[in-house]
Design a binder for this molecule. Structure first.
Ligand SMILES: NC(=O)c1ccc[n+]([C@@H]2O[C@H](COP(=O)([O-])OP(=O)(O)OC[C@H]3O[C@@H](n4cnc5c(N)ncnc54)[C@H](OP(=O)(O)O)[C@@H]3O)[C@@H](O)[C@H]2O)c1
Length: 247
């Protein structure tokens, strides 16, 4: 029998799409969100549509004690262990607001970086007991170069990228996959109302690319894949020219 996969922030555009795709494949689910009733609705929907086991757990990733009890909760819900965990929590507040509000900036780092590290370290310890399984986080193309409009958000994602690189090496002997998904611009609540000239991917497209990357043990996957080339070009722009761009 398949072991469950945990999706954190399953109420997000991308997280919900990942949960649905996993459910469609018959994977039992543990769906977490800071909005408990919303996570429960998604779990009930997956159960009804796909005839799978799906549990919902409420967790606010800004609070360490909630992350700790969430990990204990997972152990109770999945006594035989989990197959893996995918984290989708994240925020991209307006950068001007972040620059004038240090508490908001601190919360951004906690949510986009620290909470993932705390969670991954605990789950990695549990997976290491048997070996195998996977950990997957959603970072962003914004991690690849500090563009003026979103470089605080991008910094949290590049910190996470560096953490995932090191973790991948640490967990290699235990055969645990560590996968980093780098979406471009995705049509979710995070991007509503933002002026943007690039075409947006659907959350389902990112979900499909995420599950394929885990399946094929790709350490890093851009979604859509064309962003691998786009970001190569962006990284290659000389500083003299890059400093004049406002994007
Ligand atoms: N959309 C894009 O263009 C894009 C591009 C690159 C990377 N990403 C990344 O993709 C991931 C998913 O984002 P999305 O696009 O699907 O946007 P989204 O719909 O706004 O999802 C953000 C998720 O984070 C959750 N969250 C926020 N604060 C939380 C907290 N304190 N504790 C637990 N969960 C919390 C939200 O919960 P609620 O549902 O309760 O608000 C929501 O489920 C994020 O890591 C984001 O940085 C997005």
């Amino acid at each position: 029998m398949k072991r469950p996969v945990v999706v954190v922030a399953a109420t997000s555009g991308i997280g919900r799409a990942i949960a649905r795709r996993l459910g469609q494949d018959g994977t039992p689910l543990i769906l977490a969100g800071r909005d408990g009733p919303a996570a429960s609705r998604i779990a009930s929907d997956c159960k009804a549509r796909f005839s799978i086991e799906a549990e919902a757990v409420e967790v606010d990733m800004l609070h360490v004690e909630e992350i700790t009890s969430f990990i204990e909760h997972i152990k109770k819900l999945a006594p035989n262990g989990i197959d893996g965990l995918i984290t989708c929590q994240g925020a991209m507040p307006d950068q001007e607001d972040l620059l004038s509000n240090p508490e908001m900036l601190q919360d951004l780092v906690k949510l986009n970086f620290t909470s993932v590290v705390i969670l991954f370290e605990a789950v990695a310890r549990a997976l290491s007991e048997t070996g195998g399984g996977f950990l997957c986080a959603i970072t962003s193309v914004a991690a690849d170069r500090g563009r003026p409009r979103h470089h605080l958000y991008g910094s949290t994602k590049s910190a996470l990228t560096t953490y995932l690189e090191g973790l991948r090496v640490r967990l290699h002997p235990r055969d645990i996959k560590v996968v980093n998904i780098k979406p471009g611009v995705v049509d979710t609540a995070m991007t509503w109302g933002l002026s943007n000239s690039a075409p947006m991917a659907s959350p389902d497209r990112v979900a499909k690319d995420t599950l394929r990357a885990i399946d094929r043990n790709r350490p890093v996957a851009y979604s859509p894949a064309v962003f691998s080339l786009i970001m190569k070009i962006v990284r290659a722009i000389p500083d003299r020219l890059f400093n004049r761009l406002d994007f």
